[in-house]
Design a protein around this ligand. Structure first.
Ligand code: NI
Ligand code: MN
Length: 226
């Protein structure tokens, strides 16, 4: 499985011959200025919630690639109203099997609205079970005991967790989250993009090491095999 980082909370995953894209926010992210958004392949676009720093480029990429948007009901309604009708609505707790694997939509503790203030449904995360790997993409969230429910059901190989604090959990809570998730490999997201969420990379990685966990902080544009 290949994982490519596009900055902030945006990742592309190649698995089972399909391209999955999560929370595209590229054009408005100065740190991602070297990413050519017109070259991004997507068969599916996962949207965790309605905030701009997660959906800003979703419709442009979805329109060009005809990717299917996977999100909570209200986000798919919004995409449909914008003219993109190739969507798969879900809601918290539900699962669906796609051609790349099975997705369970799980709870996130955050807020969610569109830029105009309209309701975007509940924020969510996704657990994805492909033939290669099982992973959790949390979206923006606080630490929550509900993460223990994820490890009741899924044996995660790795997880994407926010670590930037202020708007989401920080490194300390992400380590607790990784314990709740019974997951030893975390890929960090939602840090450095804005002044509120800049972090010390070495300190974050060392914190995880001391807890016996691995934190990967990818370079924007970097691809890793996992
Ligand atoms: Ni948010
Ligand atoms: Mn965010």
């Amino acid at each position: 499985m290949k994982v490519k980082y596009y900055g902030h909370s945006c990742f592309g995953i190649h698995t089972g011959g399909k391209n999955l894209l999560f929370d595209p926010f590229i054009r408005q992210n100065p740190l991602a200025k070297d990413i050519d958004i017109t070259s991004i392949e997507a068969d599916y676009i996962f949207l965790s919630h309605g905030h701009q720093d997660h959906i800003a480029d979703a419709l442009e990429i979805a329109t060009r690639t005809n990717a299917q948007i996977i999100g909570i009901w209200e986000i798919c309604e919004w995409a449909g109203n914008q003219g993109h009708t190739h969507n798969h609505p879900m809601n918290i707790g539900g699962s669906w099997t796609f051609d790349f694997g099975t997705v369970q939509m799980v709870k996130a503790v955050h807020s969610s609205s569109f830029q105009d203030g309209s309701y975007a449904g509940q924020p969510c995360g996704f657990v994805i079970r492909s033939e290669e790997k099982v992973f959790y993409y949390s979206g923006d969230t606080a630490l929550t005991l509900d993460m223990q429910l994820i490890s009741e059901r899924h044996n995660l190989n790795f997880a994407f967790l926010p670590i930037g604090s202020n708007f989401t959990m920080d490194v300390v809570d992400a380590i607790t989250a990784s314990k709740f998730l019974k997951c030893n490999h975390i890929i960090g997201m939602h840090y450095d993009t804005f002044g509120y969420i800049t972090i010390d990379h070495d300190e974050a990685v060392n914190h995880f090491n001391q807890a016996g966990k691995l934190l990967t902080l990818m370079q924007i544009g970097q691809t890793i095999d996992i």
